[in-house]
Design a protein around this ligand. Sequence first.
Ligand code: ATP
Length: 386
Amino acid sequence: MANITIETLTKRFDDVVAVDDVNVDIEDGEFLVLVGPSGCGKTTTLRMIAGLETPSDGEIRFGEQLMNYRTPQNRDVAMVFQDYALYPHMTVRGNMKFGLEEEPGFTDEEREQRVEEVAELLDISELLDRRPEELSGGQQQRVALGRAIVRDPEVFLMDEPLSNLDAKLRAQMRTELQQLQEQLGVTTVYVTHDQTEAMTMSDRMVVMNDGILQQVGEPLELYHEPNNVFVAEFIGEPSMNFLDGTYEDDGFVSEQLTYPFDARITEALDGVSPGSELRLGIRPEDVDLLESDAGSEDAVREDHTIEMNVTVVEPMGNENVVHLKFPDSSSTTEDLMAIVDGMRQIDAGTSVTVHIPPEAVHVFESASGDALHNRQLEYEGQAVRI
Ligand code: ATP
C-alpha cells in the first residue's frame, strides 16, 4: 500500500507545457480520478507516475520513496489501458500469468493459483483457456484488469479503461470496478475525460485544464462549490447556465435581467467594485418554472423571476430539459436550460415565469473566472450534504 505525493510536477515537450506545476497528495487506498478535456495533461501525469515519462520538474513519491528515477518495473505499479493491450497469441490464463512473469519468488504452481483466484474474483474462470479474439469487449476488459490485479501492486494506474465499452456495460463496469477497488484497497489513479465516470467512481477527483490543476476534492464538493467557471461548467450534465452582466446596486444587471442579490451574496462580494463584470451561474435543476397562477404577491419570488419563452423541450422520460430564451434575445442558442419533472407538461412556443432562487446561484468574476460566491448548501430545511 502506498500514498502518493505529487509536488510541483511539470512536463514540457519542447514549447508545450503538458503538465504545469501540479501538486496533489493521494491517500493510501484512495481512488483518485484525473478528469479534464482532451489535451489537458491527464495522460501525461499518469505516465509520469508510471515511469513511462520523465518529469521536467517536480517530484513523485510513493510513501517516502522518490520515484522520479526508477524504471516502471521498479515502481510496483500495474497499468490498465483503454486498448487492453492483451497478447493475441496467448490464452486468458497466459495473459494473466504474464503479469506475474517479472515477479520474483513465485513458483509456477503459485502463479497458476493466483490467476485462478483473480479469475474467480472477476467472474472469468470459464474464459481462462480462450484467446482474446474469442472474447467480447467487456470480457477483454476484465482480463486486462485481472492481469493488473494478479500482480498485487502498490498502485493501479488506469487510462480510460472503460471507454471502448457500450454505454450499458460501461455503467455496469463502473460500479464493479469501484467495488473491486474498495475491496482490494489499492491506491488507484484513474484517467478519464468523462465527468460522469469521475463523479460516480472517485473518492476525490482532480479537474485539469491546459496542464493546470483547477480543483481537487470530493465529487459533490466540486459540483456545489466549484473554484471557477471551468470546473462549474465541466462538472454536471447538462452544464451549469451562465449569464453575463455587471455588478450594480447590490445586484446583477444584464441587458435582459435585473437580479437583486441577497445579503449573503453581497457580503461575499464585499470589495468588488460596482460596474465590475460578473458571471451568474445556476444549475438547470435549480431553475424553477412557476405555474402561471403562482405567487405574484410573493415579493421575494417576484424579484427573482422573469418571463421567458420556451424554445425546445427535450423529453427524457424521467425529466424534461427545457430550453428558454429571453423575449428580446439575439442569442442563437438558448439563454437558460431548466430541468423539470418528466410528467410535467411544458410546451415549446409558450411563455413561462422563470424563478432563479437566490440560494442556488453562483457568482463568478468574469475576467478571471474565479468563484466569488457559491450556492448555499442548506436552505428551507433541506441540506445538501457534501
Ligand atoms: P486525451 O484525453 O486526448 O488523451 P490528455 O488530457 O490525456 O488528452 P495528454 O495526452 O497528457 O492529454 O497531452 C497533454 C498535452 O501534451 C497535449 O497538448 C499533447 O499534444 C502534448 N503531448 C503529449 N505527449 C506528447 C509528446 N510525446 N510530444 C509532444 N507533445 C505531447
